[in-house]
Ligand binder design. Sequence first.
Ligand code: AHG
Ligand code: MN
Ligand code: MN
Ligand code: MN
Length: 341
Amino acid sequence: MNHILKAYKVTTLNQFLIERQADFPYASGEFTRLLHHIGIAAKIVNRAINKAGLADILGSIGTTNVQGEDQKKLDYIANELFISSIRNSGECCGIASEENDEIVTFDDEMSLDGKYIVCMDPLDGSANLESNVSVGTIFSIYRRISPRGEKATLEDFLQEGQKQVAAGYIIYGSSTMLVYTTGKGVYGFTLDPSIGEFCLSHNKVQTPKSGKIYSVNEGNYNSFPDGVKRFIDYCKVDSPATNRPFSSRYIGSMVSDFHRNLLVGGVFLYPPTKAKPEGKLRLIYECNPIAFLAEQAGGRATTGTKRILEIKPTSLHQRVPLVVGSYTLVKRVEEFMQEVP
Ligand code: AHG
Ligand code: MN
Ligand code: MN
Ligand code: MN
């Protein structure tokens, strides 16, 4: 009988946030409130995505964002919902988003006094929405540098990734999960739709040291750097002793590709290409939060030559190449990239 009751023992995200408040930077209730509001937005966006096929919210708006990408209706909806919920927390003085050319600053009295700024990709993998493939949201939180009581400034958002106080993602998948870190391990919560709560399901996630999955858009093979090509060729060699050939898995939503590799072991790459010499992924709201999570889970994240979290951003929508995942696989890619053939 006890084992049946045990199945009903749940720890909700909010309960966990309160119980673990001492783990948070500066142990403040303010920070808890901010994460709580991100959780609320996640549930609302989840509801929108779930019924997207019925509610005429698939497809494009007809506009492009600052990086020239076609904006989907759901890019816009998720962006607005996250901005308004984060603003309602009263703890955040500004947001940088993939879908806004410039930083968004809040000038009501409470927000001006907020200690935190948020960088986010409101909908990651949005090109996949039409085909009902898993998509995500990525967020990253910093302490502001500018004085409290004043408007947030660009400098607040151009901090090195190692200054992040928290980062996480929501994956809208076969189940919806919120995964986050505050620098004390990685925790995953699965949304139980019947009670409308994120419940602790993945306690202190550690990623396997190695793995046999490689995730990369191989269509770009011909324009990858030689070191990346050599790594991809290496993945395909028949070598049972080293678990090769590896398996190729690529969804095209970084959150989903990263999440799978985090749990089962693998490496995700978005290398430079001829068309995109800095790669495609954006440093402050895609690479930094994912790198923070990867390192916290025992993995590694670099550009192939440099640790992601040590890069000083120079602009809001800056792109960098990304190699992230299991420690020894990322190291292997670096060896191939640095070797002189
Ligand atoms: P977003 O939908 O936020 O613009 O991000 C798309 C990104 C990322 O999710 C994914 O890994 C990558 O684009 C896929 O790009 P390719 O189609 O070039 O492989
Ligand atoms: Mn986009
Ligand atoms: Mn993205
Ligand atoms: Mn996006």
